[in-house]
Design a protein around this ligand. Structure first.
Ligand SMILES: Nc1ncnc2c1ncn2[C@@H]1O[C@H](COP(=O)(O)OP(=O)(O)OP(=O)(O)O)[C@@H](O)[C@H]1O
Length: 249
């Protein structure tokens, strides 16, 4: 697998009065093409801070982040914005669809923001692949949560980004719809070569990933690969839960 993301010895320090607080301390990790990586850790362990580093939204105090071999934070603001718009897709817990735009308009919006030619065909193809092409002229308020999240997934994929970042993507869905959504994300990584980094607190959600990274106090504390043959999802969930509980003591 090719390397899409490489994080090298990244630290993030926040200054609070005359004290320094490390949200991340010397984190190194990578994401390969087609990989679905989950990041877990208790509240305050640095998950969102790490996700922000990967997206180019927040700058490390120390260390480097490479996207497709390019060092993100050595770029100028304009170049960084361009890369973020073209090469990074986002999926949020609460979908973040624009209510005044139709499903189709929401999906193709990132193409316009990235200055890429709006192609009706690619938007329609994505909606079809996600099983929601019949909803393309509806507005978000007319859709269920699961349907809205499919729209958000289509939107995250429209620019064909190198990496998709998802923060608790199923956090506001019921368990059945959540599992369907995770199965879609996993399939897109397995069969279409998308690369995805997902933050979650939930072991069942993380069990859909290929690999789980555990953060504790801003450091990578542990890692678990879920690609060993012969394990059921239940066994993976038990393994993840055991690691999470191990970090609590
Ligand atoms: N802008 C900021 N200024 C000061 N401290 C910050 C800032 N942003 C985050 N922190 C601190 O850095 C630490 C890591 O925060 P982060 O949001 O990355 O944790 P998290 O693991 O995503 O937590 P949660 O699961 O609750 O979302 C926390 O202690 C937080 O208070």
């Amino acid at each position: 697998m090719n390397q899409i993301v490489k994080v090298e010895n990244v630290s993030k320090v926040y200054e609070e009065g005359n004290r320094s607080f490390y949200a991340l301390k010397g984190v190194s990790m990578e994401v390969k093409k087609g990989e679905f990586l989950a990041i877990m850790g208790r509240s305050g362990s640095g998950k969102s801070t790490l996700l922000n580093m990967l997206s180019g939204l927040d700058q490390p105090s120390k260390g480097s982040v490479f996207l497709n071999g390019r060092s993100l934070y050595s770029l100028g603001d304009k170049q960084l914005t361009n890369i973020r718009r073209r090469e990074v897709g986002f999926i949020f817990q609460f979908f973040n669809l624009l209510p005044v735009l139709t499903v189709f308009e929401n999906v193709v919006l990132p193409l316009e923001l990235a200055g890429q030619k709006r192609t009706r065909k690619s938007g329609e193809e994505l909606l079809k692949r996600l099983g929601i092409d019949h909803l393309k002229d509806q507005y978000p308020s007319q859709l269920s949560g699961g349907q809205q999240q499919r729209v958000a997934i289509a939107r995250s994929l429209i620019t064909k980004p190198s990496i998709i970042l998802a923060d608790e993507p199923t956090g506001s869905l019921d368990s059945k719809t959540g599992k369907e959504t995770l199965a879609i994300l996993r399939e897109f990584c397995d069969h279409l070569g998308h690369s995805l980094v997902m933050v979650t607190h939930d072991a069942t959600v993380a069990s859909y990933a290929h690999r789980v990274l555990f953060l504790q106090d801003g450091r990578v504390k542990d890692e678990l690969t879920l690609l060993n043959e012969g394990y059921s999802r239940k066994e993976y969930i038990a393994q993840i839960t055991e690691r999470v509980e191990g970090m609590m003591v």
